[in-house]
Design a protein around this ligand. Structure first.
Ligand SMILES: Nc1ncnc2c1ncn2[C@@H]1O[C@H](COP(=O)(O)OP(=O)(O)OP(=O)(O)O)[C@@H](O)[C@H]1O
Ligand SMILES: C[C@@](O)(CCO)CC(=O)[O-]
Length: 595
């Protein structure tokens, strides 16, 4: 008797409709389990699973899967352990059947969990197979209908502010950074398979480019000596692969100014490297549209935020992520974030040159982090500071453009020229970070206490002084510091790479005496300062620290309305985008991995 296979269920907000099927693998000449509509995962499995040993395993319909929203979804929980099953495991997977349930669910011990709402034929029973046909003119294998297109979905990630420790963090010292409420949003619109194109539409920088998928250098990226798995830790770029992209980015924005082209090509190179690393030639045709409320090149982690969005979107599309869903185990949520962060770091390497990884780590995890990367071949040490205090910060943009890559290279050169001096400066900054960490993690730390805030403020001043001596301040940053000092409202340091960009001011709480004499006096001084700053061309951001990291809106539906390309592109400014996707009235629509 044919038996019904039921393989385990993992309840999540499934990201896609997908048919699970088996199909012959042309590349390896054997049959592997794979998704009918998920060629990227098929390739991953083909790359990692051993061939099934006997011919009767050819063309097994393992399961038909319909991944729908809550309650009726199917989700492949692509735990990294799926990458290493032995042949025995494969056979167990094939032979272990739940004879009780056509619709039942059993959980694989190897981490692959598939909910199967439909009957499944035994993969080992010829009687159950459509493939055994005595009649020569009948097709040997009935293919399932292609599944409907994946719905549009949006991923989002925050910007960040480095509170203490930028630059020295690149050289192995500790730093503290926190997520801010400004965010990037990436809308992914899958096209019909016949299109075979992939489009980047980044209107914030005026980039709109389409590539023909078959013309991209898939072979180079898929070469066994180059191919990376979705769970790999990639700590350096492959220069040859970067080179193969040059001819594909050369055609981007040919008529734009040199400066603009550089911006576009950076973004395009970052995208293509990740797209080719995580996808396959049969990846779905798609338009990736980005809107961001983070000022670009202002030290607020705009590049990290978009790298996290791209990494997440591509991992969602190749089904290498499970969740996010509210009751997800902490460890599993952590693993998904780690997976996203690893590829976001690759994106940052493509934009920055030599990033520490702190920006993408905050953009992925949200909250605040204590971060240190001593050895670039290993993952960094990251402590998420969930109770990081709500510091009274003012965030000001000098509106002086800068490039992180340039500022990081400047400090690198200084270190080469004056290694001992530079190391001592880095060590001094490291001591500041540790002192701050000790203060803010003390149980009795109080943001209303003048003493506590003064301690953090003075350390901010010293941190800025040290950054100035590394050569990464700018006259506009110094002017800003002067104006804040004059107003006597707080302590200021640059944040991010410097050379322009943003600064943060830690605001002084009014002393009890001041507060009782003139309750509004310090806020009056602050208002005057803000007016002065605006008159001098500075921009003040309203933001809060420590929010969520990467989030997913799958499908892109808010308040029962699907967000399409037009709506997304025509939303007016940052406020319009937030209004459109923000879920103000639909708070449960966005999902986050919250370990
Ligand atoms: N909204 C956006 N649309 C398209 N590309 C963007 C966007 N925001 C950032 N980028 C990409 O990121 C690059 C800016 O990165 P850069 O590291 O110089 O600044 P930042 O990330 O804002 O600052 P920092 O690294 O100091 O926090 C741009 O050149 C562009 O390639
Ligand atoms: C300047 C730097 O320390 C922070 C940029 O936001 C660079 C990095 O850590 O990658």
């Amino acid at each position: 008797m044919p038996t019904a296979n039921s393989v385990g269920a993992s309840k999540t907000e499934g990201p896609d409709t997908a048919g699970l099927d088996a199909k012959p693998c042309a590349t390896r000449g054997a049959t592997y389990f794979s998704y009918v509509c998920d060629d990227a995962l098929h390739d991953i499995l083909c790359d990692t699973l051993p061939p099934l040993p006997t011919p009767q395993h050819a063309y097994h319909d393992l399961a038909a899967v319909t991944a729908i929203q809550d309650g009726d979804e199917t989700q492949i929980n692509s735990d990294s352990s799926i990458a290493h099953p032995s042949i025995d495991d494969m056979m167990k997977r094939v032979n272990t059947v739940d004879t009780n349930g056509l619709n039942g669910s059993a959980k694989h011990t190897n981490g692959v969990t598939i909910q199967s709402p439909l009957p499944i034929r035994s993969p080992i029973s010829p009687a159950a197979s459509d493939t055994s046909s005595s009649s020569g003119d009948r097709p040997r294998h009935k293919r399932k209908q292609s599944n409907p297109l994946a719905p549009p979905f949006i991923v989002s990630a925050p910007g960040k502010t480095i509170v203490y420790g930028e630059h020295s963090v690149v050289h192995g010292k500790a730093a503290i950074a926190a997520a801010i409420s400004l965010r990037s949003y990436l809308l992914c619109t899958t096209l019909t398979k016949s299109k075979r194109t992939v489009t980047l539409r980044f209107p914030d920088i005026g980039l709109d480019h389409t590539w023909n998928i078959p013309e991209l250098p898939w072979k180079d990226f898929a070469h066994p000596s180059k191919k990376k798995k979705y769970y790999d830790l990639v700590t350096s770029l492959d220069d040859e692969l970067v080179d193969t992209l040059k001819s594909h980015t050369a055609a981007v924005s040919p008529d734009a100014s040199a400066e603009k082209r550089k911006l576009h090509q950076n973004a395009a190179t970052m995208f293509l490297y990740l797209y080719l690393s995580l996808g396959s030639e049969s990846s779905p045709p798609c338009i990736y549209t980005l809107r961001s409320t983070i000022p670009i090149g202002a030290g607020l982690g705009s590049s990290a935020s978009i790298s996290v969005c791209v990494s997440t979107a591509l991992l969602v599309q190749c089904r290498a992520l499970s969740g996010p869903h509210p009751d997800q185990m902490a460890k599993e949520a952590e693993e998904q974030l780690e997976r996203i962060n690893r590829w976001a770091f690759v994106g940052e390497m493509l934009i920055h040159g030599n990033p520490s990884g702190i920006d993408n780590t905050v953009a992925t995890n949200g909250r605040a982090v204590l971060f240190q990367r001593k050895d670039y071949t290993k993952p960094p040490s990251v402590e998420i500071l969930r109770d990081f205090p709500e510091l009274p910060l003012m965030l000001v943009d000098t509106c002086q453009p800068k490039s992180t890559a340039t500022e990081v290279a400047k400090v690198g050169l200084l270190k080469k020229t004056y290694p001992v001096v530079a190391e001592n400066i880095f060590n001094a900054i490291d001591s500041i970070v540790r002192s701050v960490y000790e203060s803010v993690t003390r149980e009795d730390f109080d943001t209303g206490s003048t003493e506590s805030i003064k301690h953090l403020g003075e350390l901010m001043d010293i941190n800025h002084g040290l950054l100035t001596s590394l050569g990464v301040s700018h006259p506009k940053l110094e002017r800003l510091r002067y104006l804040v000092d004059q107003a006597g409202v707080g302590w200021t340091k640059l944040t991010g790479a410097g050379g322009g960009g943003c600064a943060i001011t830690l605001l002084k709480p009014p002393s009890p005496d001041e507060a009782s004499k003139a309750p509004d006096s310090s806020s009056a001084a602050l208002r005057d300062l803000q007016q002065n700053l605006q008159e001098e061309g500075f921009e003040i951001f309203d933001t809060t620290l420590g929010g969520d990291g990467v989030g997913v809106l799958y499908p892109a539906v808010i308040n029962h309305e699907e967000i399409d390309q037009d709506m997304f592109l025509t939303a007016q400014g940052g406020d319009g985008v937030e209004e459109l996707v923000g879920g103000k009235y639909d708070r449960t629509a966005w999902k986050y991995w919250r370990p």
